[in-house]
Ligand binder design. Structure first.
Ligand code: F6R
Length: 603
């Protein structure tokens, strides 16, 4: 939901901003813009373009803008259509203050009225423009002091960057609700929504917490709370190589990320095992119920985690969409534990639901991918997936890494509670470490999956079926397909099909059946026959060596054999590949599908 970046330092800011905005584009791509304090006459130059960063780049071609203090923005529209007027940065009436914003100012109408009454004129329909005018209106002669005043008037969730011709040597960053990090360089410093935006220039960062304001200059960074009290914050270092934010020869980030999975699964197994938090697992011994809350793909990972946690750790688990959990009458006591799963660690629904549960006395755990993200800092315990940045809007590698973390979490809790033996733990673990090479084998079937995609790309609806632990994989397969190809798809428990969706099946309906050779194989086999009897087109994901399924399927994609509980980590891979190929064959923009943003920081 919008990406922001700010630069102050010795080089020309414009290429730095454009580089960073490209890496933030996954957060929104309706329009983009920059505001630069010009080197010679110290005026703020603002350039904006509707569309993607490449459109802004083309627009800037041959414009010789040079400056050392600047802001950039890539927008996911909330208030007002994607137009030049609504694009950020927004500038105060006198042209002396420019701001970029990610989030929503909930009381903007009230503030706008006050400002209109004082004679301020508005050029856009955005909630953001009020911040620029407020800065002008409340300016005390000190931009930082003004930021304290402005922040006290704003309600909602926001990360804001501010520059001013009054004090051209600095950027102010304000964070409440939306993510904001400070990148620490030599003779230069940065603010940004996310680490990859400035990874080319630094690997050292400070993550701002809610209610904090950063004063960022070329050679210093200071952090304050909203009342002006200085805060000492410990920087953190990331080891990510800059290439993780590049396509590395692949056509799309999504394709690269699908193919990275053997490594990211392996890294998550190692990372989990080497950073086990004993306190967390001791705490789980007394837990009477675990709630998992998440959104989208992370929610599907939670559904699979439930099977593992109940089976191995014998802890009852409830899984909820975060946006639903937040507003229901949940029952929480001091023995309740709530786990939020989130790739970004910034999803507003998940964060706020978890914060509410924490206030009510629950112990909280987060499972996140982004180091230093809000969720990771707001919960009592943190588990990580070790994927590096995921840039494609559709989650792929982080989903399988979430599965690995949840499985290891369940096994570890089970061993600590004595609900599984160490021998069983070791047996499953030893199977798990072979999963990366089995994923590699599936990825080797890319040409076959592409051919299948070619045959089915013109279907207007798809049904995805699975049973038990592979039912959430059917949900995930359907989500992947609809979000990047815009084809309608539904995921269903295969046993439930006869209670309604079977009416949809005819010779035009492709039905993707997740049918590995596990203990539910015979059941799903019968369900597939029910589809075939109604002339549906059956695409099965099945275990190598299963010749029987070939006879009732139009297409079969084989995966290697593994033990029952591990199948979801394999069965999802062909579904990711299928969606990717259908979407690219249809000419869709898989990395930046319409209407979506990677990090959803609004409710
Ligand atoms: C789907 C997808 C989204 C996210 C959801 C939650 O491919 O990426 O459904 O899973 O927006 O995001 P996180 O995991 O960052 O909380």
């Amino acid at each position: 939901m919008c990406g922001i970046i700010g630069y102050v330092g010795k080089r020309n800011a414009v290429p730095v901003l454009l580089y960073g905005l490209q890496r933030l584009e996954y957060r929104g791509y309706d329009s983009a813009g920059i505001a630069v304090i010009e080197k010679t006459d110290r005026k703020i130059i603002v350039e904006k373009q509707v569309g993607k960063i490449k459109d802004l780049q083309e627009h800037l071609w041959n414009k010789k803008i040079e400056g050392h203090t600047a802001l950039g923005h890539t927008r996911w529209a909330t208030h007002g259509a994607p137009t030049i007027e609504n694009a950020h940065p927004h500038t105060s009436q006198k042209g002396t203050i420019s701001i970029v914003h990610n989030g929503i100012i909930e009381n903007y109408l009230e503030l706008k009225k006050e400002l209109l009454d004082k004679g301020y004129r508005f050029k856009s329909e955005t909630d953001t423009e009020v911040i620029a005018h407020l800065f002008e209106d409340l300016y005390t002669g000190d931009l930082l002091e003004t930021a304290f005043k402005v922040a006290k008037k704003l309600r909602g969730a926001y990360a804001v960057g501010v520059i001013s011709t009054y004090e051209p040597d600095r950027i102010i960053g304000i964070k409440k609700g939306s993510p904001l990090i400070v990148g620490l360089g030599k003779d230069e410093n940065f603010i940004a929504s996310d680490i990859p935006a400035v990874l080319e220039y630094t690997k050292d960062f400070i993550a701002l917490d809610d209610g904090e304001i950063a004063l960022v200059k070329t050679d210093s960074v200071e952090i304050f709370n909203i009342n002006g009290k200085k805060i000492e914050k410990k920087p953190f270092h990331v080891t990510w190589d800059v290439s993780v934010a590049e396509k590395a020869g692949y056509k799309h980030f999504m394709q690269k990320e699908i193919h990275e999975q053997p490594r990211t699964i392996g890294d998550t197994i190692t990372g989990f095992s080497s950073s086990k938090d004993d306190q967390l697992f001791c705490m789980l011994k007394d837990v009477d119920r675990l709630y998992i809350i998440a959104c989208g793909t992370s929610y599907h990972a939670g559904l699979i985690g439930k099977f593992w946690i109940e089976r191995f750790a014998k802890i009852p688990v409830e899984v909820d969409y975060a946006s639903e959990y937040r507003y229901r009458d949940r029952i929480i006591n001091e023995n309740s534990v709530v786990m939020g799963i989130s790739q970004s660690g910034e999803t507003a629904d998940t964060r706020f639901a978890l914060l509410d549960a924490k206030k009510e006395g629950a112990k909280t755990i987060s499972l996140v991918n982004v180091v230093g993200s809000s969720l990771s800092r707001e919960t009592d315990y943190v588990l990580y997936t070790y994927c590096g940045p995921e840039i494609g809007v559709a989650a792929t590698k982080t989903f399988t890494a979430q599965l690995v973390s949840l499985l290891l979490f369940a096994l570890e809790a089970g061993v600590k509670k004595g609900t599984i033996s160490f021998r069983d733990y070791e047996y499953i673990y030893n199977q798990l470490i072979h999963i990366p090479s089995k994923v590699e084998d599936i990825l080797g079937k890319d040409d076959q999956v592409k051919e299948i995609a070619h045959r089915y790309m013109n279907a207007s609806d798809f049904l995805f079926l699975g049973r038990n632990i592979n039912y959430p994989i059917a949900l995930e397969g359907a989500l992947k397909l609809k979000e990047i190809s815009y084809i309608h798809a539904e995921g269903y428990p295969a046993g439930e099909m006869k209670h309604g969706p079977i009416a949809l099946i005819d010779e035009k309906m492709p039905v993707v059946c997740v049918a590995p050779k596990d203990r539910f194989y015979e059941k799903i086999f019968s369900n597939i026959q029910e589809v075939k009897a109604r002339k549906g087109k059956v695409l099965s994901v099945a275990t190598e060596g299963d010749s029987q399924i070939k006879q009732i399927s139009d297409e079969v994609i084989y995966i290697s054999q593994t033990i029952d509980p591990l199948y979801p980590i394999l069965t999802v891979i062909p579904l990711q590949m299928l969606s990717y190929h259908i979407a690219t064959l249809l000419g869709k923009d898989v990395d930046q599908p319409r209407n979506l943003a990677k990090t959803v920081t609004v409710e």
